[in-house]
Write a protein that binds this ligand. Sequence first.
Ligand code: NAP
Length: 237
Amino acid sequence: MTTYLITGASSGMGEQMSRLAVARGDKVFGVARRRELLQAIAGELGDNFAPFVCDVTDKTAVKQVCERLPALPDIAILNAGAGDLDSRREFNLGLHEWTFAVNYFGALYWIGELFPHFVERGRGVFVGIASMAAYRGLPEAAAYCASKAALSIALEAMAVTYKQTGLRFVTVHPGFVDTPMAKGANRPLQWSPPKAAAYIMRGIDRGSANIEFPWPMRLLTGFARLLPAGLYRRIVN
Ligand SMILES: NC(=O)c1ccc[n+]([C@@H]2O[C@H](COP(=O)([O-])OP(=O)(O)OC[C@H]3O[C@@H](n4cnc5c(N)ncnc54)[C@H](OP(=O)(O)O)[C@@H]3O)[C@@H](O)[C@H]2O)c1
């Protein structure tokens, strides 16, 4: 039996990954702010889903949850995330601060708490849910792209920095997924949350270092990454 800590377990991909894990007999410590949603999921999934109400931007609260965990997780899936569009007319520093608090530090606080315990045990997996938005600066998404790029590159750097510890660092770069974050928008090549969750879990099981989907979006972003900055800026708006 594998024990997971999954942040953002109250909806979307985090909820679906929790459901998949419990369905195959694993245990999940599910973290999110919305107590009622976590409790409803716990009511359905039973004892193998243990809810922990926590705002991931609160370093003290993260520490307290880690101290209360009944067991050290095998795999921490740092999935909680948020985003909002930038204005085209005003610069919004607060949006950057909030987005980094959730998407970047909201993942790193868990690594800070769990890392020494994983090292002491000699194994542990950190999985960060970044985004294909990490690969290039997209219009109206400076804060979101930057926060996901920071998470993605930090995990890759940690993977090479801490090679000798026995820990694994996995980065996930989803394309569009039809979760509440998408607010009902019908975006190109969009996957359902169960499909995305299953793909991510399979990638983790297989030992992948980088999980990206769907493949046409991988091709597209791969091509976009090759474009020189000047050309990219001319054609994207
Ligand atoms: N949907 C997409 O197209 C897409 C694409 C690429 C990457 N992603 C990434 O995938 C991850 C999961 O998102 P999703 O698409 O499944 O969206 P979602 O359904 O909106 O899920 C977001 C989850 O994050 C939690 N969360 C947000 N702020 C939090 C905070 N301050 N403290 C604790 N939990 C917080 C939410 O729970 P509470 O509100 O209950 O706290 C919720 O469970 C995110 O990191 C997102 O950036 C999504």
